[in-house]
Design a binder for this molecule. Structure first.
Ligand SMILES: [Zn+2]
Length: 368
């Protein structure tokens, strides 16, 4: 017997609808077996295998019954759902109970959140825009380009980047190559700055009795740049004068154009000639520079295949190497002074060899 109607057990707490029906009357009769009140009963679980609820609506909806045989009973609330006038019924994704779309699940409380839309974005910079939607001149004008070019040049010099890096970064920012920038720079520099430089050159020429060739557009003669920051380092001040001078000789061999940091070499023989010191002292100063973190040996010296000796290559830590940033090892100097290994022959020599003794004392580190 299928208990569709006429079965009275008020304590029923769960109804399993195992058959479909097109009649709202029968649907209500079947589900109604569980709607009778009973002590300690406060809900009814309706397990609807037939999907009748989708056709006839929820049990708590008010039904408009009729005694007219030509008409059918109607669930006006559900009709509105069918005509999309109110939210339709959906299955809860978490517990499979039926819930009204847009409302919390009455069974588990789940409320679906809308997934955030992916927003397409692109890199850009804030700029002032005029009424024609053009970027205002002030942001891209020659002044701004000149300012940027100056900053890029500074960064390149600081990190030892090639001039091409400046050009690419400039293109990235302004969309044009640097040649346009050069024209802009000339336009900004104008006659006043050029005039001042020209005047300065003339004065220099008068002082030395000779003028520089016109092709050399106000460029400085070759120089060895020493960063003040480096000279102010405690490690620099702790070094002997000999090591400092040797460092200048090494720094001189760095070229911004060939970007040869890590491949800088200076043989002891060449350094001895250049600094007019004994090659043993040169060796000690090399070790001292390493100790204080100013130089790092990137490849050791070797005899070479053709029997020709090759000096070790050095990397200066205050400059970038390849695409690496400067390591500035000297800034992390731990305060231990450079203590050259005391070879007995050297100590003996110091008493006999005057010039050697003199240079040792200049270092101020060797014990007397
Ligand atoms: Zn749920």
């Amino acid at each position: 017997m299928v208990l569709t109607e006429g079965f009275d057990l008020p304590a029923i707490g769960c109804i399993v609808l195992a058959r479909p029906t097109k009649q709202i009357g029968l649907f209500r009769q079947m589900a109604g077996r569980g709607l009778r009140p009973a002590p300690n009963k406060n809900n009814l679980i309706l397990i609807d295998h037939s999907g009748a609820v989708y056709r006839h609506g929820l049990l708590e909806d008010r039904v408009r019954w009729t005694l007219d045989v030509s008409k059918r009973a109607e669930n006006p609330t559900h009709s509105k759902r069918d005509h999309a006038q109110i939210s339709r019924l959906v299955e809860c994704s978490q517990c499979a109970a039926l819930r009204t779309a847009g409302e919390k699940c009455p069974n588990c409380g789940f409320f679906p959140q809308r997934r955030p839309d992916l927003i397409a974005f692109c890199e850009g910079e804030l700029s002032r825009v005029d009424r024609q939607r053009r970027v205002a001149e002030a942001m891209t004008g020659p002044d701004e380009r000149l300012r940027w070019h100056g900053m890029l040049t500074f960064i390149a010099a600081e990190h030892g980047y090639k001039p091409g890096w400046i050009a690419y970064k400039f293109k990235e920012k302004f969309g044009t190559w640097r040649s346009a920038q050069r024209r802009a720079a000339r336009a900004v520099a104008g006659s006043s700055v050029m005039g001042a430089l020209e005047n300065h050159r003339l004065c220099e020429g008068q002082g030395t009795g000779r003028m520089k060739p016109r092709g050399d557009k106000g460029r400085l003669p070759p120089f060895v740049p020493l960063l003040i920051d480096t000279l102010d380092q405690p490690a620099w001040r702790a070094m002997s004068h000999g090591a400092q001078v040797l460092y200048i000789a090494l720094r001189r061999r760095y070229s911004l154009n060939s970007h040869n940091n890590g491949r800088i070499f200076l043989s002891q023989r060449m350094a001895a000639t250049e600094l007019r010191s004994h090659h043993k002292e040169i060796g000690r100063w090399f070790r001292e520079l390493q100790h204080y973190g100013f130089i790092v040996m990137s490849s050791p010296g070797c005899l070479g295949v053709n029997g020709k000796g090759r000096a070790p290559s050095w990397r200066l830590t205050e400059l970038g190497c390849m695409k690496e940033l400067p390591t500035r090892d000297y800034a992390y100097w731990n305060g231990t002074l450079f203590d050259p290994p005391k070879h007995r022959p050297v100590t003996e020599k110091r008493h006999t060899h005057r010039s050697s003794k003199k240079t040792e004392s200049r270092g101020g580190k060797a014990p007397h």
